[in-house]
Design a protein around this ligand. Structure first.
Ligand code: G6P
Length: 495
């Protein structure tokens, strides 16, 4: 594994995700001319998979949600991407407002997202959400069937498509279907609350290979199948489930990042870059910077983090005027009331803290909600002395890994929640926190700030090695090698 570059993957791969890797939107220049620009959405998933797709000549099927998307595609909704290399086909599905409301804002993000993150009290079982979710899964399955070659390899991403794998299996002649689940899989005691639980499991068992980030999620999944589907035969050791004559292999593949490209971008952000950020956000040259980078989601523990910082400034006044926390946030799923509440809560908490401790020369919390390009983000990581990742529940958390990869001087400290999947790999050398334990969270931030340079370097060097060795390409190698073995075995066994 490591940095030896992308391995060969199937040329005719069909990848399916809800979020597309690129959106097109209109822009008006100074002369009033309308042009079309390309943007990348927030979130680890599409950023991670784009380099994978660029190694293929395959098709990426996704929801076309940009205002100018239709203008650049052919009559099938297809366009070659990315703009620089046109390596693969992006096939956009246009969803109606009702479909978006029911499938995306509804069942995906008001049922499955909270359910999988353990929030049974936040789930909203509305009949039309479920109806539309089923319809849209059918539509994606049809789009896959249309793009499929003779011996197709299909790869679904995430919780938006629990039902489509089974539909594709029914539509095609012996396809190889795999699925990567990017969030947690809950324990049975949580999952059993879901009225559609059986259909969800049956849909996912249409896959040949089902991947999760960590072992515990695999165990939870096997347990849920065991308890919900009477006729399922489970081989726990081998991670195999046989259901209605079809076998699904369940395995952990901890997702990594493109560590080398982050390292390069970070290395390119020189001292003048640091001076720029400090002057842009009015942060003094000697002020220590702590950073947090999140999609604005209630799973990320942002308010819990702000409360720990508030406690630190309250109990250790020497950090007033000397330490600034920079919160980079990207707005997300804003039509959902729980997300609106979170946004308001974050804003109010920041205002309260800034009112309470701020002085004319120093602002405790700097909030950045505008888009910043990857190169600047890498610079922000590099020049921040401490990163706080305080998710209350998170499948993996790639931001933690990005921060590590950007520490080209090996001098940053990662403070990491034990509720994030990334803690399984990084917990040994990061400083561990429980996001709900405000007092000890504050103590841990202090420990990070006070850490001796030697210890900082030792810890960060170990983290960087881990993140580089288990990068995105090592992950791809692992996933595709497993798929190849299973496919060969299938062909050998005669289907
Ligand atoms: C998480 C999910 C992804 C999703 C991303 C951004 O990482 O696992 O599937 O794309 O959040 O959320 P959004 O709803 O904007 O796609």
């Amino acid at each position: 594994g490591g940095t030896d570059g992308p391995p060969p993957v199937a040329d005719d791969l069909i990848l399916v995700s809800n979020r597309q890797p690129y959106t097109h939107s209109y822009e008006h220049d100074d002369a009033g001319e309308r042009t079309i620009s390309v943007n990348r959405p927030a979130g680890g998933l599409t950023a991670g998979l784009d380099p994978v797709m660029q190694e293929t000549d395959g098709t990426w099927v996704a929801w076309g949600d940009g205002e100018a998307d239709a203008d650049v595609t052919d009559e099938n909704g297809e366009v070659r991407m990315p703009p620089e290399s046109e390596a693969y086909t992006l096939k956009r599905l246009w969803l109606s407002e009702e479909e978006v409301e029911g499938y995306y804002y509804g069942y995906s993000n008001r049922v499955l997202w909270p359910l999988c993150h353990g929030g049974t009290m936040k789930t909203e079982y509305v009949e039309r959400f479920w109806q539309r979710y089923q319809q849209v899964n059918e539509r994606f399955a049809e789009a896959v069937a249309e793009s499929a070659s003779d011996d197709p390899l299909v790869w679904f991403q995430d919780y938006h498509f629990t039902l489509a794998p089974r539909a594709v299996r029914d539509a095609l002649d012996d396809p190889f279907i795999m699925h990567f689940w990017h969030i947690t899989w809950p324990g049975w005691d949580t999952f059993r609350a879901c009225p559609q639980g059986q259909q969800l499991l049956e849909g996912l068992l249409g896959n040949d290979l089902l991947g999760f980030h960590v072992e515990r999620y695999c165990e939870n999944f096997l347990d849920c199948v065991d308890r919900a589907l009477e006729d399922a035969f489970i081989d726990e050791e081998g991670g195999r489930i046989n259901y209605e004559g079809h076998t699904t292999t369940v395995r952990a593949f901890p997702l990594g990042i493109d560590a080398e490209s982050i390292r390069e971008e970070s290395a390119a952000a020189d001292a003048s870059f640091e001076a720029d950020i400090r002057s842009t956000y009015d942060i003094g040259a000697d002020t220590t910077m702590i950073v947090g980078v999140d999609r604005l989601d209630y799973t990320k523990g942002i308010v819990e983090r702000l409360e720990a910082l508030e406690r630190l400034w309250e109990t250790e006044p020497e950090y007033q005027g000397t330490v600034t926390y920079v919160q980079k946030a990207s707005e997300s799923r804003s039509l959902i009331p729980d997300y609106q509440d979170l946004q308001q809560n974050v804003r109010e908490t920041i205002e309260r803290i800034n009112d309470r401790f701020g002085t004319p020369d120093w602002q405790p919390v700097v909030y950045i909600d505008e888009f910043i390009p990857q190169s600047e983000l890498c610079g922000l990581y590099r020049y921040s002395d401490v990163m706080l990742v305080s998710a209350v529940r998170d499948g993996m958390n790639l931001v933690a890994k990005e921060y590590v990869a950007a520490q080209v001087d090996d001098d940053g400290v990662l403070v990491l929640s034990d509720q994030a999947g990334a803690h399984e790999e990084l917990g040994e050398h990061a400083l561990t926190i429980n996001p709900y334990d405000t007092e000890s969270f504050a103590d841990t931030i202090q420990q990070a700030l006070a850490m001796a340079p030697d210890e900082r370097r030792d810890r960060m060097a170990a983290l960087r090695e881990q993140v580089a060795a288990h990068d995105l390409y090592a992950w791809m190698d692992d996933v595709f090698a497993t798929a190849r073995d299973l496919r060969e075995q299938r062909d050998h066994d005669g289907g």
